[in-house]
Write a protein that binds this ligand. Structure first.
Ligand SMILES: *[C@@H]1O[C@H](CO)[C@@H](O)[C@H](O)[C@H]1NC(C)=O
Length: 188
């Protein structure tokens, strides 16, 4: 026993020590989750439909600069979930007390936002189970729900500057970033 250890284990031990040293000196090369760097953010935002929005959103959203790609996806899904729920609450007030010519569109919007909130929750569950294709599909379906609402409200005469169109555009921009991240995660 003692002789085999002495002779044949030495190279194994040596390489273990070297690996350990390497991991200590260059933890980022070994760690599974690597933080999002500024160039990563630029790569994401270069693909987005509104680069200005994306860059400022990524800078101003708490937690993104210290998150990895999947972590950032989760944070952005949380932001979009909160925003969709707030918009749903706002629309509820408008169905009853808002512009009567928009009431029908608002009623449809309630359904759209209910679906959007639920799709965003599904997207988050997909992200948690590393099903990035599912995350992509769910985020995309939330995006089309809010877009449908926007078109209904605009089609009924709402101004571009009304809260629902403004919020729908915000939602579209935010979910667009989620889609880019889901694509990147899918490619590994
Ligand atoms: C892009 O986003 C910026 C910041 O939110 C906004 O001011 C601008 O109007 C947007 N541009 C387009 C084309 O939507």
């Amino acid at each position: 026993m003692a002789t085999t250890f002495k002779a044949s284990m030495f190279p194994v031990l040596l390489s273990l020590i070297i690996m350990l040293l390497f991991a200590t000196i260059f933890p980022s090369a070994v760690a599974v989750s690597v933080k999002l760097t500024v160039p990563d953010t630029s790569t994401i935002c270069d693909k987005s439909m509104n680069n200005t929005f994306c860059e400022s959103f990524m800078k101003s959203t708490a937690g993104i600069s210290t998150a990895d790609l999947a972590g950032a996806g989760g944070i952005i899904l949380d932001v979009s979930s909160k925003s969709a729920a707030e918009t749903e609450d706002y629309i509820k007030t408008q169905v009853a007390a808002g512009d009567p010519k928009l009431a029908e569109a608002y009623k449809k919007c309630l359904e759209n936002y209910r679906c959007a909130v639920s799709s965003i929750a599904d997207a988050k569950a997909s992200l948690a189970s590393k099903d990035y294709e599912g995350m992509n599909l769910k985020a995309s379906s939330a995006q089309s729900e809010t877009d449908t609402c926007n078109e209904a409200v605009r089609g009924s005469g709402a101004a571009e500057t009304d809260p629902v169109p403004v919020r729908s555009r915000y939602m579209c921009n935010v979910l667009d970033i989620v889609l880019i991240i889901a694509n990147k995660l899918q490619k590994g």
